[in-house]
Ligand binder design. Sequence first.
Ligand code: FES
Length: 173
Amino acid sequence: DGVRRRDFINIAAVGAAGVGGVATLLPLISQMAPSADVLAESSTEVDISAIEPGQAIKAVFRKQPLFIKRLTRSEIEAANAIEADSLRDPESLGDRTKEGHEDVLVTMGVCTHLGCVPLGAAEGEIKGEFGGYFCPCHGSHYDTAGRIRKGPAPTNLEVPEYEFTSDTVIRVG
Ligand code: FES
């Protein structure tokens, strides 16, 4: 776990809705504790400008992991190559992203089976058979749109409510 954590770019956002501050880069957890109750009620703003195609970051939203990934062209193509209706939890990539920002995938980092944190958001982690996320607890494979494709998870990784407040900042919650 120590090795994995070092690889993450962890972003914990501070500030309640309306404060208007862009998320501050923090080393996670320790700084989270004092304001956990406040965070539970608040929205989270994250500056996504530094995320390169093919990279993801882990943030925290309401005390849970949040994955924000910028998809490469081939990851977008892979997601769009399959008919959404044929999926266990039928959603297209377009259903799960914002118009004009199809390359930005925002999901909770919580497996919908029993709540483990899937792999695939950090550099070097395995992404599973469908190139998105892989939950090592019981082997759920999520595709490049974060949709369940194989394994026991019943539904896609949850897309929280969020919006773009500018081209490079999203507000989650
Ligand atoms: Fe992810 Fe069971 S918790 S597969």
